[in-house]
Design a protein around this ligand. Structure first.
Ligand code: ADP
Length: 535
């Protein structure tokens, strides 16, 4: 017997239309590439998304077509999220920080029909245009006054495209399982792989982002996503904010400490989200000026492990940190750290240790760890193994690609991370399988070693890598960058490890360098570090 409830498909335009109807006067504020601040409301955004949907139809785009974007966090980019998916097409966010060859590969592999670009990336695209045979045209996300002269073929102006279009649009009723958005993993080895999100997975993920033990967005919050809209859809924030009527504050390309703190202050930002690297700059600026954004209440930290020193620095400013773990393949939210009744009652030091873990699964995600033979391991905080996940917003394969070993076990995706899980379900990521340092049969977590280095008062950033060793297989080496004006010798930093980690985990060497290489999503580029310093 079927239930007698409405079968309403979970589709992306409903998120924005809801906000326009019930949180209509809530603002979206964007710092633009052109310079000035742009502000309007969810009503204005929905109107323009409908105009854009009409314009996209006018360009001949429809169901199943893929539309690329190279753009910062800004209102026009959000309009594209809704209009492209809303007409049944697929919004493909391209990470402009990738190598040119990867960008070319991704656009061609996805067969993007049109590319929408911020002015920042016009030059980049001009250099590629003749290698993109499937792209029918380029739309520059600006108004006529700011249109540059460009060699891009069939270059259109975004504002002209919208002008005169009706602000009403009947969103087609698409199957909730149809493709809505596409994002490629940065692929440190081999070609990037596409993850194809559906309307259903996106809407369910948006609701989960809003859970009280997740980001807990409310109609009283103002969220500034520092995480770019080309990094797993800014962790789903542009879809989740309208669900709760949360104000969105978009930083555009202005991601330095002074720009972020000043925007947070003027717009009353209460919550922000990004990878640890961006918080290094923000914290350094706050320390320099002695002023923290007055309304800022919580910071979501994910993408890489949050070092204890960073968590302490935020807590010292009265800003709560929310540690989260996920992946492009997981939309991205997997586990998130929020205290339970039990952990809240722990003594401060133990509570802090739990807070450093990556967190517990949200409803919608199931997890397990397995040994090399694929057998389940216990949730005892000690056993560590490959972390596998299952759930509503986890990918079941890669776009236009043969199945890979990560998808071998039906219903489970192998994340490529090694983790422990405790009895409460708190996950501690030990390492990425390929970054863990294997020394004499023991596994040494590069994350743990990096955390110790960063706790040294003179160290700004550090990476731990394995260096091949005849006797032990691999031995840990630390590559560190010092804080401006600070001084410490390699030997002092090495000595700092004594008593903080097991004797066999102490690094064999510390190398002090000017800067560390990062991936296109702001994480330490371990392959390059191993190439440079692993010899
Ligand atoms: P990429 O880094 O390839 O651009 P993702 O953002 O999808 O793509 O990276 C996901 C990976 O990042 C995870 O598998 C994990 O190794 C790492 N990661 C994400 N969040 C955390 C975290 N809080 N702690 C440790 N590692 C993390």
């Amino acid at each position: 017997m079927l239930g007698q409830m409405m079968n309403v498909p979970l589709v992306i335009p409903s998120l924005l239309e809801f906000a326009a109807k019930y949180h209509g006067d809530c603002e979206i504020v964007s710092k633009t590439v052109e310079g000035p601040i742009h502000r309007y409301t969810y009503v204005g955004m929905a109107r323009r998304a409908r105009q854009l949907a009409n314009a996209l139809r006018g360009l001949g785009l429809g169901e199943g077509d893929i539309v690329g974007t190279l753009a910062w966090n800004g209102y026009r980019h959000v309009e594209l999220y809704y209009a492209v998916s809303g007409i049944g097409a697929v919004c493909h966010t391209v990470n402009p920080r990738l190598f040119v060859e990867q960008i070319t590969y991704i656009i061609n592999h996805a067969e993007d029909r049109y590319i929408f670009t911020d002015l920042t990336f016009v030059k980049l695209l001009e250099g590629l245009a003749d290698k993109l045979p499937k792209v029918r045209g380029f739309v520059l996300m600006t108004d006529r006054a700011h249109m540059p002269s460009t060699t891009l073929p069939k270059a259109l102006c975004y504002e002209e495209l919208l002008a005169g279009q009706p602000d009403t649009f009947d969103w087609p009723v698409v199957d909730e399982n149809s493709a809505a958005a596409l994002c490629y993993t940065s692929g440190t080895t081999g070609n990037p792989r596409g993850v194809l999100y559906s309307h259903r997975s996106t809407v369910l993920h948006s609701m989960a982002v809003n859970f009280a033990d997740a980001f807990a967005l409310t109609a009283r919050d103002a969220m500034l996503p520092v995480v770019p809209m080309f990094h797993v859809n800014a962790w789903g924030i542009p879809y989740a904010a309208p669900v709760s009527g949360c104000k969105l504050v978009m930083p555009g390309p202005h991601l330095d400490g002074p720009s972020l703190t000043s925007l947070m202050e003027t717009e009353g930002v209460t919550i922000t989200a990004g990878v640890p690297t961006v918080w290094l700059n923000l914290l350094a600026h706050i320390k320099e000026t002695g002023k923290r954004p007055s309304k800022l209440d919580r910071v979501v930290i994910g993408g890489s492990a949050c070092p204890p020193a960073m968590m302490e620095a935020f807590e010292g400013l009265g800003i709560r940190t929310i540690h989260a773990w996920g992946m492009t393949e997981m939309s991205p939210l997997g586990v998130i750290n929020s205290p339970t009744r039990k952990t809240e009652a722990l003594p401060a030091a133990e509570r802090a240790a739990v807070a450093l873990k990556q967190g517990r699964p949200l409803f919608g995600v199931d997890i397990k760890i397995v040994d090399a033979a694929g057998e389940d391991l216990p949730f005892d905080a000690v056993s560590f193994g490959s972390l596998k996940v299952h759930g509503y917003w986890i990918c079941s394969g890669y776009f236009r690609q043969d199945p890979v070993p990560a998808h071998e076990e039906p219903g489970w995706f192998d994340t490529g991370d090694v983790a422990t899980i405790d009895a409460e379900g708190f996950v501690k990521i030990v390492d990425r399988t390929k970054d863990v340092i294997k020394s004499g049969g023991e596994w040494i977590s590069s994350i743990d070693l990096e955390n110790v280095a960063i706790a040294h008062p003179a160290v700004r950033e550090a990476a731990a890598i394995g260096r091949p060793d005849e006797k032990w297989g691999e031995r840990p080496v630390i590559v560190a960058v010092l804080k401006p004006g600070a001084s410490a010798t390699a030997e002092e930093i090495r000595a700092f490890y004594r008593g903080k980690v097991g004797k066999w985990c102490e690094p064999d060497a510390v190398i002090i360098v000017e800067s560390l290489p990062h991936t296109a999503t702001g994480k330490l580029l371990k392959t390059e570090l191993r190439r440079l310093y692993g010899g």
